[in-house]
Design a protein around this ligand. Structure first.
Ligand code: ZN
Length: 203
């Protein structure tokens, strides 16, 4: 398989300073924990590359806090492992963030999904070879030609939202990002539980 997780493909304007809205960290850590325990967030050990990321709206409208790049291997996280995405431009392929960690390489995808609906309050992106194989083209699936972390992937989620029942499933498979699954919800609890419930159905 091709592993290009973790490579930041957008132009990143990172202000290295404590992330504002530290209260969101506790909620992120609370819901990250069961995902990590289930192996849905973690690290490809042979490659030493972390995977999976999680975010929640906080602060100004449109802003959100997201796990930092290369934090997948951590069993527990704290405020040093998150960044607030303060602005972005999908068309210009730019993301601005503030935090002691740089925002996840998939921050642009999260940003584009938040933009779809103000009621989307949290997003969870996990990796699972089993779920990916089982639900590829069964759940709404992004094009196999579109790699993660690109404006193309952001546009793909818009397409799924408009043209498929992604709005109903609130779960999607990333066809061009092997093992990649994404869910959203009004809250982190909703988004995380949706993915964890899927685990219960895996063969
Ligand atoms: Zn991923």
């Amino acid at each position: 398989m091709t592993i290009d997780e973790g490579v930041v493909k957008y132009q990143s304007f990172w202000t290295r300073a404590p992330a504002p809205h530290a209260a969101a960290v506790d909620e992120l850590e609370t819901w990250r924990r069961p995902l990590f325990d289930a192996g849905l967030i973690g690290e490809y050990e042979e490659h030493g590359i972390g995977y999976g990321n999680i975010s929640v709206r906080c602060g100004e409208p449109g802003q959100f806090m997201i796990s930092g790049t290369q934090t997948g291997h951590l069993a527990t996280t704290d405020k040093s492992h998150y960044a607030v995405v303060t602005s972005w431009n999908v068309h210009g392929n730019r993301v601005c963030c503030v935090g002691l960690s740089q925002a996840s390489s998939e921050a642009m995808t999260h940003a584009a999904i938040y933009q779809l609906d103000q009621h989307i309050g949290a997003i969870v992106h996990v990796h699972s070879a089993d779920l990916w194989r089982q639900y590829l083209n069964q759940l709404p699936t992004t094009s196999p030609d579109v790699p993660y972390g690109t404006p193309g992937m952001a546009n793909e989620f818009r397409r799924l939202y408009v043209d498929t029942d992604f709005r109903k499933t609130q779960l999607a498979v990333m066809g061009g990002h092997e093992d990649g699954i994404l869910s959203y919800g009004r809250s982190l609890e909703e988004a995380a539980t949706r993915v964890l419930n899927l685990m219960g159905t895996a063969n």
